[in-house]
Design a protein around this ligand. Sequence first.
Ligand code: AHR
Length: 534
Amino acid sequence: MRRRDFLALSAGLLAARSARAAQAHIEVFADEPIGTISPDLHGHFTEHIGGVVYDGIWVGENSKIPNMGGIRSSLVEALRALKPPVVRWPGGCFADSYNWRDGVGPRGQRPRRANFWINDPFMVKAPDGPQKYEPNWFGTSEFVRFCRLVGAQPYLAANLRSLPPKDFYEWIDYCNSPAGLTSLADLRASQGDKDPFGVRFWGVGNESWGCGGDFAPDEYAVEFRRYTAWLPQFGVDPALIASGPNGGDIDWTRRFLDKLTEKGKHMLRKVYGLALHYYCGTSGKGQAVDFTVDDWYSLLAKATRMEPLITEHWAAMGEIDAQHRVKLVVDEWGAWHNPGTEVHPAYLFGQMPTMRDALISALTLDTFHRHADKVAMGNVAQLINNLHCLFLAREDQFVATPNYHVFRMYAEHRGSQAVRAQFAAPAHPARDDGRNWSVTGLAGSASIQGKTLVLTAVNTDASRPLDTEIVLRGATAKSGKLSVLAHPDIHAHNTFSDPGVVQAREEIIEARGSAFTHRFPPASVNKLVLELGS
Ligand code: AHR
């Protein structure tokens, strides 16, 4: 027997032996690429809602809270470490009631308007303030400055429900026209922004099936055509994002694309992405930090619905767009819990993320990576003091939530080639909304860049570790490094007074050859960075 064959057989026998001991299996196919993991899959969303903008991002130039031109310094510093690729603004539902002109010019002279969310029963009871009466202190220039401070691309959502198309293209003019050449470029310069912003990503309305106008999909397609029939370019090729389906509404996807292309398939070239929104929500009595083990499994099960949503909408898009010119943009996703954990009575949807949310973040980002060929962008909703947030802030207090730690861990996948990986482990039954669900015991994604393989994996078991056999097909590991986010209490969360309860720890692991085993702790998010041999 040749030495190479002997080694292969030994590895196979060893793998078979450890396979018997293991409860779970991961198989990574290094030679089966899916697509490049766009950094934009790890994008963010900031709406004028509750405490996101006031006081999450904007504290004002004269505030005693440390700030950079009015923007909260602690947030900028934390985001700089994360390198966020893209941030969506100003909504959400707020976008379709927002006039961008209200947010430009001298800050002291800007109008005050009723915020879109003022009628929400939570806001009716909230104290008056900038969360209810929008002072427009944070407008386009301030947002773009925020993006520049943290190194992100701005993604602006245009108002399709309550402003005509002219306002849309004048907003583009204000943002992108060359210095000194249009009156709107002069207006921009008068605020200290002589150079154009170069905004590329533009949403054409938001949730046009609901708060964005209550359109039927074919009606919205006609509006989309009208709003995008002419747009100034100023040297920036706009990436237009159409309002897409609510969760599993395949009818929206089909009828929108059908109507859009009734005058020809060339219309598909206008659309960079179709925006899918999907939130997994707490049902029953619990809220963000108060839930049972059954609630844990049922919410994680709902989070894993992201995968069939992507594949089903993608298949429907392919019926009309056979070459798949249009990609999916999941520009709102996350867990939506019942109220009760807000850090301020005007912070609508200001929920406090726990380990449960961290697992939802990881399961969702892994799903995007596995579908890197279909999803062009993902924007978690929302950045701070809101649904599924990465940060909480109140006055001078600031804390990073478990979600932040997942985004930091997963950043290592960005720009790498996603490769196919299979995850197998016993599933956990889950029951919710009168339905039987099940949540996968182990899920994740894998990517390769040069000689580095990044494997992320989530053990959804609330109380038991998972001994897992990891097999590399077409690759061999030389060494390995582990980052793990885990806590014995599934309710664990970071607070202003105890900010370090949930944080990732790192260690060197024994990972050699093409098969090895690893024990994933209960309720954990894991990242294995493997250096590959030749
Ligand atoms: O993220 C909160 C809201 O959820 C957004 O404004 C809206 O687009 C969605 O329904």
